[in-house]
Design a protein around this ligand. Structure first.
Ligand SMILES: [Zn+2]
Length: 388
């Protein structure tokens, strides 16, 4: 455990029921906003887009909409959105929706003011690791889901469809959203299965942070609290979407987990599953591989103390061994109705595992955060054990 830490989160967070109605009262950093939403219908049909536009009108901010973001935002989405931002003279980007809309908004905010293609700035296999010259346009993140934590962190994930690559990008501290609005009223309509997938995504951001070998004492505090709230409230939010208390605590869990997202290679392994099969929700992919991933950690006694803390945070008060966390995880999956997810239902084939393993390795640094080193064989074992 690292006892040295820095606390430096520049995002101003507005949390709680009704906070979206206060957007117009903020000193908004721009005069014309590009509102970024997904190509699905829900942001419009639930009235969220109209509410944001009304707030901007009240504040005297002009606005235009980019509504082309895919479920896993693509490089093509970023290019289109950045082009629109430039041609419309936007000086502010608002990501309204789940992780896809917010991630894409962050990408657009950087791509709109930096030379060349955004992909050149990634460290992925076909990227160039180029340095950003200019700070991004300011971003306001308004989340409509309790997953991803994107509203409070400087990172975003973009898919390059042509090469099946996903890359995490960011330009901290500049790419932190200027403002983040987490209003659980916007999450009441998320369907049960998506609620579960997103909740598990938040859970794994926190659990990976806790076992991360670079974890510090301050970040652990946030992560364990997030794990506790997910353990207590996710199943309730899945069973009854109108349970406002459960929705509010899940929103808080997600934001707490997002504050210090120190992911390990569990996330790299999942990003390949959904890079090869974009219809697979990120949280569902994490659920599929998680038990095999943590089983290796438990077998090797790589982080017994941290896994015991996780099991206790999830409500197993008498936990005393690393495996207890896997037992708690298994129970939560069953309680949330996601215990039977199958890779084969999403068209994933074991033949793809070696290529996924190589791409995951090339995606970068998260393997160095694991509490034990995973070999290529270990990675293949995780994929194979998880396959159904
Ligand atoms: Zn995630």
């Amino acid at each position: 455990m690292n006892m040295n830490f820095r606390f430096d989160i520049p995002t101003k967070l507005l949390f709680g029921s009704g906070e979206l109605n206060r957007l117009s009262e903020l000193p908004l950093p721009g005069s014309k906003a590009l509102i970024v939403i997904t190509s699905g219908r829900s942001t419009r049909s639930n009235g969220y887009l109209a509410r944001v536009e009304e707030q901007l009108d009240k504040a005297g901010i002009a606005h235009t909409v980019y509504d082309g973001v895919s479920a896993n935002p693509t490089l093509h989405n970023v290019r289109e959105g950045a082009q629109l931002a430039r041609s419309e003279g936007c000086d502010l980007v608002i990501g309204l929706g789940g992780g896809s809309a917010m991630d894409c908004a962050k990408g657009i905010a950087l791509a709109a003011v930096n030379e060349g293609d955004l992909w050149e700035y990634t460290w992925s296999k076909t990227g160039k690791g180029r340095q950003f010259e200019n700070k991004p346009l300011p971003v306001i993140a308004i989340t409509t889901t309790a997953g991803t934590g994107s509203e409070i962190d400087p990172w975003f994930v973009i898919t390059k469809t042509e090469t099946n690559e996903k890359s995490g990008i960011g330009y901290p501290p500049f790419s932190y959203p200027a403002y983040s609005i987490v209003d659980p009223d916007l999450m009441m309509t998320v369907p049960p299965m998506l609620t579960a997938y997103q909740g598990f995504d938040a859970l794994f951001h926190a659990t990976e942070s806790v076992i991360n070998k670079h974890e510090d004492i301050f970040a652990e505090m946030f992560a364990l609290q997030a794990v506790g709230y997910v353990g207590k409230y996710l199943a309730r939010a899945v069973k009854d979407g109108s349970d406002k208390e459960a929705r509010t605590y899940m929103a808080l869990a997600n934001t707490l987990a997002g504050f210090y997202m120190n992911c390990t290679s569990e996330h790299s392994l999942e990003h390949e599953l959904s890079a090869f099969h974009p219809e697979l929700p990120h949280g569902a992919g994490l659920i599929m591989i998680s038990k095999a991933y943590y089983r290796i950690m438990a077998e090797r006694h790589a982080c017994d103390g941290q896994m015991i803390k996780l099991a206790r945070a999830m409500g197993m008060d008498n936990a005393d061994k690393a495996e207890d966390f896997i037992t708690a995880l298994d129970k939560m999956m069953k309680d949330c109705g996601v215990g039977e997810l199958k890779m084969s239902d999403y068209g994933i084939s074991p033949d793809e595992f070696p290529a996924m393993m190589r791409n995951a390795r090339e995606m970068g640094g998260l393997f160095g955060a694991d509490p034990t080193e995973l070999s290529d064989d270990d990675i293949l074992r995780i994929y194979k054990e998880s396959y159904r």
